[in-house]
Design a protein around this ligand. Structure first.
Ligand SMILES: Cc1ncc(COP(=O)(O)O)c(C=O)c1O
Length: 405
């Protein structure tokens, strides 16, 4: 491997959310909140960014763009950006979008917030699968729209869609928008073509617009392949355009702070609304970074996937020997481990607070994933293996009753 993913990169004093923002994000608290651990003693397994330096080609592209020295108002005009994105999607998913359908956004979250307001009326509802990435609900809440939750079925850590429940909820005439998470955060499922087809049919028959958030689609276990929802639909109903696809280099290349994402909108009416109402500037350094990642980042990306596979194998073995009653399966996608610790905690335990206090580990869990997640914790494994081992060691020791502080 060319890349040293074991390198520990210092992140403090960089206005880093991961190191400095956990009190407000996880605990809704200010900096007076105290723990038995100093801030730099925590093992941080929470927010979904990585402890790895990005690909060298990305750093080089940012430096080159910086050398140009003017950072005036910028927006993707050059077709090179589109060509880089489309070549990436072609190679990885055998899928490509039309150039005129691609717009950029300063992150997928802002796009989801906007799309709710463009696609639904005030009395309409947004359907999601739970457990869910909470911003799907926040996007509805922010716009005053009701969220309808369809719980996924959970068979020993393997999550599937409850199609009867999903169809029943989609049939509510007030449900007009579905946020699909493909692959799914937090379960890590990569939905199969058959599952996606069933979802599409239900949404189609009930006139529910689909927004497919595919931000995690590049981070698959080696050998697993992602299927974009838009590709499934194009194969059976090429004229159907009531779908938006959201992808980004942010998870893949650890560029969340650069805030650039790709939103593919084939529906001409919606794109018109987007063009009229979206504040559509991009950061010049972000364009350079994203384009370089898509053009030259393939080798780094493959190495990353191999390293992550190793971290998942390590975690699986660690949990089997130290926490045998935990329910965990290596997910098909994401760098996030979803672990049910019901056998080890009292009901109603505030899991993030429990682990921050007792184990010195920052993680997300419980109702941070909306519902159907009371006894689950989500561990971000995108870190050097030695760091991961410390985190797992502390988690397992406290769950086995040891007092660390
Ligand atoms: C499903 C999903 N969508 C969106 C995001 C964040 O998107 P962005 O940083 O582009 O706003 C995340 C981050 O964890 C996510 O898991």
């Amino acid at each position: 491997m060319k890349t040293n993913f074991d390198e520990v990169v210092e992140r403090r004093h960089t206005n880093c959310m991961n190191t400095d923002g956990f009190r407000s994000y996880i605990f809704h608290a200010d900096k007076t909140m105290k723990f038995p651990w100093a801030d730099d003693e925590f093992v941080r397994m929470w927010v979904a960014d990585m402890e790895f330096a990005t690909a060298p080609c990305v750093v080089e592209a940012i430096k080159q763009r910086a050398e140009q020295r003017i950072f005036g108002y910028t927006k993707v005009f050059d077709a090179e950006y589109y060509r880089a994105f489309v070549a990436w999607c072609d190679r990885l998913y055998d899928w490509h979008c039309k150039e005129e359908d691609l717009v950029t956004s300063n992150g997928i979250i802002p796009a989801l917030y906007e799309l709710v307001s463009y696609l639904t009326k005030p009395d309409e509802k947004v359907l999601i699968n739970t457990p869910a990435y909470a911003y799907f609900k926040h996007a509805g809440d922010f716009n005053g729209r009701e969220t309808v939750c369809s719980d996924l079925k959970n068979d020993k850590g393997y999550y599937t869609i409850d199609f009867d429940d999903f169809a029943r909820k989609a049939a509510d005439p007030k449900v007009t928008l579905f946020f699909l998470c493909n692959p799914h955060n937090p379960s890590g499922r990569v939905w199969s073509r058959e599952e996606l087809l069933r979802v599409f049919k239900i949404c189609h028959d009930n006139h529910v617009f689909i927004v497919s958030d595919e931000i995690h689609c590049d981070l698959l276990r080696c050998g697993v392949r992602h299927t974009p929802m838009a590709k499934v639909i194009a194969a059976v109903d090429p004229a159907f355009d009531r779908i938006v696809t959201c992808m980004a280099p942010s998870k893949t290349f650890n560029l969340a702070g650069l805030m650039i994402s790709n939103i593919v909108i084939p529906n001409a009416e919606l794109r018109k609304i987007w063009d009229e109402r979206h504040y559509s500037f991009d950061n010049p350094l972000s364009i350079a970074a994203a384009q370089a990642a898509y053009t030259d980042g393939a080798e780094w990306h493959q190495e990353l996937r191999e390293y992550l596979d190793g971290n998942f194998k390590f975690t699986k073995e660690y949990l089997i020997s130290h926490l045998p009653k935990a329910v965990f399966r290596i997910p098909e996608a994401t760098y996030l481990a979803w672990v049910d610790v019901a056998a080890y905690v009292k009901p109603d335990t505030q899991l993030p607070l429990f682990f921050a206090n007792k184990a010195g580990v920052l993680l997300e869990g419980g109702n941070m994933f909306v519902q159907n997640s009371d006894t689950d914790i989500r561990l971000n494994l995108a870190m050097p293996r030695k760091m991961l081992e410390v985190g797992l060691d502390r988690i397992c020791r406290v769950l086995n009753g040891e007092k660390l502080r």
